[in-house]
Write a protein that binds this ligand. Structure first.
Ligand code: UD1
Length: 428
C-alpha cells in the first residue's frame, strides 16, 4: 500500500486549482440512468470514487465515453458521456457497494426507470453504522416495494413509482438524492420535506431540470417534483468541490502561508469561512477564486458540525488538525456521524492534546506538533493527518493512502507546487 511522506514546517504559498466535487459527481453519474439519451458531465474529478461509480454503471450496462478534458479545464476536469440505452442488469453488487457506499445512489434511478433494482446492503463503515433505512422509506413512500434478502435490497415498482409525501425524520444527503432522482419519473407530484440542502443536491437538481425534470424549491428544505414521462440528455458542469477547497485553505492556515484557491467558491463554504476568520485566517476574493492566508496567530474556536449551511462534517477532521496548534482551547462537536474521531489518537501521537467526551472533543492547543508514522481509516481523517504533518517538525509518514486517492486529485502534486515537501512512497 502506498504511503505519503511529509517533511513539515514549510509555509505554503501558491495557487491550487479546485476540482469538480466528487460528492456532486457521484449522484450526477447515477442520474444518467434516468434517460436513454446521453448525459454529458464536465469537470469531473480524477479520483478513485468516480472510477468506482463508472465501473458500477458500466456493469449495469451504461455506455461511458471518456472524453479527456474540458476546454480550459487544465489537467483536471474530465468529461464523461453516459448513455443508459441498453441497461441489462439493474443490480449493484456487494463488491462495489462495499467499496463505496455511494453506489446505493443507483437504486432510486433504477427503480424509477425500470421498475426494479437490486442493490447490496452497504454494511458497516469506518465512520459509524450509516444505515440506508431513510433511502428505503422514501422509495416506499413513492410506491416501491422493498424486500431484503441475502444481503441485498430488492426494490420493485412494476407499474412505476407514484408521487408521494416524504418527510425525512433527519437530514440525509444520499437519501434526498435517491428520492429526488426517483421522483422525477414518478406519476404525479412528490414533496420531499426536511430535504438536505447541500450544494451537491442543488447541483443535482439543476442537472435534472436540464434533463427535463420539473422541480421547485431547489436550494431549500422542501423540494416539489412533478413527475414526467421521460427525461432527456443534457450537458452539465459539476460544481467545485467545497471540501477540497476547505482542505487546501486549511493547509495555508496551518502552515502560516497563503494559497489562492482557483475556482474555489466562498459562497459554498460560508460556515467554514466564518469559523476560520475567528481562528485568524483571512480571505480575499480574486478574479478566479480567492486567497486564504494566515493573518494572525491561530486562536481556538468552538465548532459543531451540522447539515448545510452549517459547518460540514467532512471538514471536522481538518479543523481539528488546525486547532491542535491554535492558542487556547477549542471544542469540536460531531452531530452527523457517530464514531468520526478516528483521527484523534493519531493526532495525539503527533503531540496534539485532545480529549474526546462522547460526541465532543476538547482540543488544547500546543505550540508545535512533531512528525510521526500515522494511519487513518477514512478519507477526511487521512487528509487531516497530512495537514498536521505539513505543520509538524520532522517527518510524518501517512499510511493507507488509498483513502486519499478516493477523493483528492493529484494531491501531492498540488501541495508540492505550493512548497510542501511531500512525496508518495510506492509499494510495488
Ligand atoms: C454524504 C457525503 C459524505 C458526508 C455526508 C454528510 C456523499 C457521497 N457523501 O454521505 O461525504 O459526510 O453526506 O454531509 O455525498 N442516515 C440514516 N439512515 C439513512 C441515511 C443516513 O440513519 O438512510 C444517517 C447517517 O448514518 C448519518 C446521517 O444520517 O448519521 C447523515 O448521513 P447522510 O447525509 O445520508 O450521508 P451520506 O449521504 O451517506
Amino acid at each position: 500500500m502506498d504511503r505519503i511522506r511529509i517533511r513539515g514546517g514549510h509555509p505554503l504559498h501558491g495557487a491550487i486549482r479546485i476540482c469538480g466535487a466528487k460528492n456532486a459527481a457521484l449522484p450526477l453519474m447515477a442520474a444518467s440512468l434516468l434517460t436513454d439519451q446521453t448525459l454529458t458531465l464536465t469537470n469531473l474529478p480524477h479520483v478513485a470514487d468516480i472510477s468506482t461509480m463508472a465501473y458500477l454503471l458500466a456493469e449495469v450496462g451504461v455506455g461511458i465515453h471518456m472524453n479527456g478534458h474540458a476546454p480550459g479545464g487544465g489537467a483536471s476536469g474530465r468529461v464523461f458521456e453516459l448513455t443508459a440505452d441498453r441497461v441489462t442488469d439493474a443490480m449493484a453488487p456487494y463488491d462495489l457497494v462495499r467499496k463505496m457506499r455511494a453506489s446505493v445512489l443507483v437504486m432510486g434511478p433504477l427503480v424509477a426507470r425500470y421498475g426494479h433494482a437490486r442493490v447490496s446492503l452497504p454494511g458497516g463503515c469506518a465512520i459509524g453504522t450509516r444505515p440506508v433505512d431513510l433511502h428505503l422509506k422514501a422509495l416506499q413512500q413513492l410506491g416501491a416495494e422493498i424486500t431484503l434478502a441475502e444481503g441485498y435490497i430488492e426494490a420493485n415498482a412494476p407499474k412505476g413509482l407514484k408521487g408521494g409525501n416524504v418527510v425525512f425524520p433527519s437530514v440525509t444527503v444520499g437519501g434526498t438524492e435517491n428520492a429526488l432522482m426517483a421522483a422525477t419519473l414518478a406519476d404525479g407530484e412528490t414533496v420531499l420535506a426536511n430535504a438536505a440542502r447541500e450544494p451537491e443536491i442543488t447541483d443535482l437538481a439543476h442537472c435534472l431540470v436540464a434533463m427535463g425534470a420539473e422541480i421547485e424549491g431547489i436550494g431549500t428544505g422542501t423540494l416539489r417534483v412533478r413527475g414526467v414521462k421521460a427525461l432527456h440528455g443534457a450537458v452539465h458542469h459539476v460544481v467545485p468541490d467545497r471540501i477540497e477547497t476547505g482542505t487546501y485553505l486549511t493547509a495555508a492556515a496551518i502552515t502560516g502561508g497563503a494559497i489562492e484557491l482557483v475556482g474555489g467558491r466562498l459562497d459554498l463554504i460560508e460556515a467554514v469561512v466564518d469559523l476560520m476568520t475567528k481562528a485568524g485566517v483571512a480571505f480575499e476574493p480574486t478574479e478566479s477564486g480567492f486567497v486564504a492566508r494566515r493573518a494572525d496567530s491561530l486562536r481556538g474556536v468552538d465548532c459543531m458540525t451540522e447539515p448545510f449551511p452549517g459547518f460540514p462534517t467532512d471538514m471536522q477532521a481538518q479543523l481539528m488538525a488546525l486547532m491542535s496548534i491554535a492558542q487556547g482551547a477549542s471544542m469540536v462537536t460531531e452531530t452527523i456521524f457517530e464514531n468520526r474521531f478516528m483521527h484523534v489518537p493519531e493526532l495525539c501521537r503527533m503531540g496534539a492534546n485532545i480529549n474526546v467526551h462522547g460526541a465532543s472533543a476538547i482540543i488544547r492547543g500546543v505550540p508545535r506538533l512533531s512528525g510521526a508514522p500515522v494511519m487513518a481509516t477514512d478519507l477526511r481523517a487521512s487528509v487531516s493527518l497530512v495537514l498536521a504533518g505539513l505543520a509538524a517538525e520532522g517527518e510524518t509518514v501517512v499510511n493507507r493512502v488509498y483513502h486519499l486517492d478516493r477523493g483528492y486529485e493529484r494531491f501531492e502534486e498540488k501541495l508540492s507546487a505550493c512548497g510542501a515537501e511531500i512525496e508518495r512512497i510506492r509499494d510495488d
